[in-house]
Design a protein around this ligand. Structure first.
Ligand code: R1P
Ligand code: URA
Length: 290
């Protein structure tokens, strides 16, 4: 069988042999990867490591690889948004599964395990600030997965239809895509002490999350409808900005992924914890240990 070859314009490799944005080589990433949004959170996670093996920073993508309790682990910041997840996931997968010498797919598939630790806005009475939420399903408002073939094979199409009908979805918006987290990871990491829910990953912090500052919203009832949606007993629990692309691209590329977030703003109670940086350690420790 002819293997796919990737041209220099499609798979951009730096002069030092590292991948274009992340500035990493295949050997510098562990099979287990923790993703965070804020580059400042990378050092916080790595402060728990037994030892650091490697550190690099390029734009918003900061990476440290080391060991935690003897196990090799990489922590990497994605910055904000699903557009960045498109870069991070495609480049991580290229590092794992493409031979940079021949620019062809490797024979053996290397599976990465990716857990995102983020912050989010809570949407239900049982998600006050400080709650840990595991995204069992993510709804992408960002539209990213719609650009990839195979999207329908990995998405929850009945839920997509139910959600669009409930929301009276505007044709001006990208079609929402719904995608499950890796079930084995949810069981291992979020079994008992996290709220399980549906997360909406938005292509913005303000309008797409129903926050109105000076520009009125196209649909002032959006959040009311989001909060009242229930599907097979699951409610929409939170808004953040990356989980859908992470779960979707991982499913298409054959990796395992999940997202868990700490609530820093409850949209119903209109309360916020702007000092969350002092309190996210609990979630980091819990995920590291599991
Ligand atoms: C917005 O403030 C950012 O915070 C959340 C959102 O997903 C978005 O990236 O996650 P992080 O705290 O991981 O960045
Ligand atoms: N991150 C988000 O995307 N939204 C919030 O409300 C809080 C954190």
């Amino acid at each position: 069988m002819n293997k796919k070859t990737f041209a220099p314009s499609e798979l951009i490799i730096n002069e030092d042999g590292s991948i274009f944005h992340l500035h990493l080589t295949s050997q510098q990433i562990a099979d287990k990867i923790m993703l965070v949004g804020d580059p400042g959170r990378v050092s916080l996670v790595a402060s728990y490591f037994d030892e650091k093996e490697f550190e690099v920073e390029s734009r918003e993508f900061k990476t440290i690889t080391g060991t935690y309790k003897g196990k090799r682990l990489t922590v990497l910041s994605t910055g904000i948004g699903c557009d960045n997840i498109d870069i991070v996931m495609n480049e991580l997968d290229a590092l794992a599964n493409i031979d940079f010498e021949t620019r062809t797919e490797k024979d053996e598939h290397r599976t990465l395990t990716l857990v995102r630790i983020g912050t989010c806005g809570g949407l239900q009475p049982n998600t006050p600030t400080g709650t840990y939420i595991a995204s069992v399903k993510s709804i992408g408002f960002d539209g990213l997965l719609n650009f990839y073939a195979g999207r329908n094979e990995v998405c929850d199409l009945p839920l997509e239809e139910a959600f669009k009908a409930h929301m009276n979805w505007s044709p001006l918006l990208a079609a929402p895509y719904v995608i499950d987290a890796n079930a084995e990871l949810i069981d291992r990491i979020a079994a008992n002490d996290m709220v399980h829910g549906i997360t909406i990953a938005c292509g913005g912090f303000f309008g797409p999350q129903g926050r109105e500052l000076r520009i009125p919203l196209a649909d002032p009832k959006q959040n009311e409808k989001v909060e009242s949606f229930v599907y097979q007993g699951l409610h929409i629990t939170n808004f953040e900005m990356e989980s859908s692309a992470l779960a979707g691209l991982s499913a298409l590329l054959g990796h395992k992924a999940m997202t868990c977030c700490m609530v820093i703003a409850n949209r119903l109670a209109k309360e916020v914890n702007a000092n969350y940086k002092n309190s996210i350690n609990g979630l980091i420790e819990l995920v590291l240990d599991r």
